[in-house]
Design a protein around this ligand. Structure first.
Ligand SMILES: *Cc1c(COP(=O)(O)O)cnc(C)c1O
Length: 484
């Protein structure tokens, strides 16, 4: 792809994929066709989804093989199934690469996704910390020793356990104690938001909230906050109130791996437990992992079968390959380019009059407030999609349109940076976005008020922008030389 992306042998990869697709097509040609069509779609789209990326052919090819056929419950060298020597090799390699990459004392690479990584972490903290009063009332010493009867008591008692995390409209994540996720049932939740004036995290407010709420777990991390977070300060707050600090770096793991976030902004030395996905800015296979300080390692190791199904050996192998890629100097160059590009995109939008939450970015995310164009996030997202620009709508702090329609659009640079986009391409992207949004109008509903969902884009502009977007992506081909 570009000079921030691992190169690969295009003719070998083309042969591998052509052969694989022909073997698949013998059984179900429509699946083979869909796989081929997905490559074409990915290649053609101007993808600004902040949580997506493009994994390397090496990572992708590592997932399609017989490692997938092994059951391997347990941990390396301690399995409940025979014949796990090769799974042991790949899991140990993935964990070793993760420890080295992030400078962590311990890594657990079995979680199947970011949500699973959080569940493993939550149960580890409960197992480690909740000796009492909840467990004493349940009459046991350890979560792992509970009988069915204990569970009944504990379900009640666990209601006493508290989690403090970033509010959803400030950019927090559902798994940080919110209702639609089990974390919202396991814990009594309270949130910290951002400063209404600046949109920035106010650590004094987080500390005040923590003193008042006394959480067992202080969560940090986000999926839509466009700024870095001072984890050293978050740890001080956690220590002051006796909380365990979990940092969910799902979104920005690539920026940690690439050392863009260092010192106080690197979560690994400051958090008790760090959770993550492997497929967002980190550019690995779909999956999750947990890093932990030694005192939490044993409890994290019990992730399977406590909350996880059997490990996915083929995906752990792909994590090992992705972590190995991320340990190369090239990845640090990539991570820095992701942030530089986000700044270019933010500048390009601001200069053309767009309003950004917090006024800019220092990570891979730009959160655009579209209310100034008279649009909801939903209308903006749809109009941009008509114009060939793929984004997603997102709530902004104190969003008057709620979580469904929203007033924001979240933009991210990891994927297009992998394709080789630089400052000029992101400035052009900003120009296209502002052009579309300035020329989109809500349709009037029957009573004359503006619709929150329907809209019109000025005649011909969507088509014209689609052509311009195609031109931009065509200049930076995805998987160059790969032909099916
Ligand atoms: C994406 C994300 C998750 C969930 O990851 P999945 O792999 O989709 O389960 C969890 N936490 C945060 C902060 C995220 O951004």
């Amino acid at each position: 792809m570009s000079d921030v992306t691992p190169s690969f042998d295009a003719s070998a990869a083309s042969t591998a994929y052509r052969s694989a697709l022909s073997v698949i097509a013998e059984v179900e040609p429509r699946v083979a066709d869909a796989i081929g069509a997905e490559l074409a779609d990915q290649r053609a789209s101007l993808k600004l989804i902040a949580s997506e990326n493009y994994a390397s052919p090496a990572v992708l090819l590592t997932m399609g093989n017989w490692l997938s056929d092994k059951y391997a419950e347990g941990t390396v060298g301690h399995r409940f199934y025979a014949g796990c020597q090769n799974v042991d090799t790949v899991e140990a390699l993935a964990a070793e690469h993760a420890r080295e990459l992030f400078g962590a004392p311990y890594a657990y690479v079995q979680p199947h996704s970011g949500i699973d990584a959080n569940l493993v972490a939550f149960w580890a903290v409960l197992a480690q910390r909740v000796e009492s009063p909840a467990l004493e009332r349940a009459g046991v010493r350890h979560v792992n020793d509970l009988t069915d009867e204990d569970w009944a008591t504990l379900r009640h008692a666990l209601g006493d356990q508290r989690m403090l995390g970033m509010s959803l409209d400030a950019g927090g994540h559902l798994t940080h104690g919110f209702r639609p996720n089990i974390s919202g049932k396991m814990f009594a939740q309270s949130s910290y938001g951002t400063d209404p004036g600046t949109g920035l995290l106010d650590y004094d407010l987080v500390a005040a909230r923590a003193r008042e709420f006394r959480p067992l777990i202080l969560m940090a991390g986000y999926s839509a906050y466009p700024r870095k977070v001072d984890f050293a300060t978050m740890r001080e707050i956690a220590d002051e109130v006796g909380a365990t600090l979990i940092v969910d770096m799902s979104h920005f793991a690539g920026l940690v791996a690439g050392k863009v976030f260092s010192g106080d902004f690197d979560p690994v030395p400051h958090a008790h437990v760090v959770t993550s996905t492997s497929h967002k800015s980190l550019r690995g296979p779909r999956g999750g992992f947990v890093l932990a300080q030694p005192e939490y390692a044993d409890a994290v190791d019990r992730g399977c079968p406590m909350v996880l199904g059997g490990p996915l050996p083929h995906v752990m192998a792909a994590k090992a390959v992705a972590f190995a890629e991320a340990r190369r100097p090239l990845f640090a160059t990539y991570a820095q380019a992701v942030v530089d590009n986000a700044v270019s995109l933010a500048d390009g939008l601001s200069r053309r009059g767009a309003r950004l939450v917090t006024g800019g970015t220092d990570n891979h995310i730009v959160l655009l407030d579209v209310s100034g164009y008279g649009l909801t996030g939903r209308q903006a997202e749809s109009a941009l999609l008509d114009a060939g620009i793929v984004t997603n709508r997102n709530a902004i702090p104190a969003d008057p349109n709620g979580a469904w329609y929203t007033s924001g659009v979240r933009l991210g640079t990891p994927a297009l940076t992998t394709r080789g986009f630089g400052a000029a391409e992101f400035d052009r992207t900003a120009e296209l976005i502002v052009d579309v949004l300035s020329n989109t109008t809500p349709t009037a509903t029957r009573d004359g008020s503006p619709s929150k969902a329907k809209y019109v884009v000025d005649g011909g502009l969507a088509e014209k922008t689609r052509a311009a977007a195609s031109e931009l992506v065509a200049a930076h081909p995805l998987y160059p030389g790969l032909e099916l």
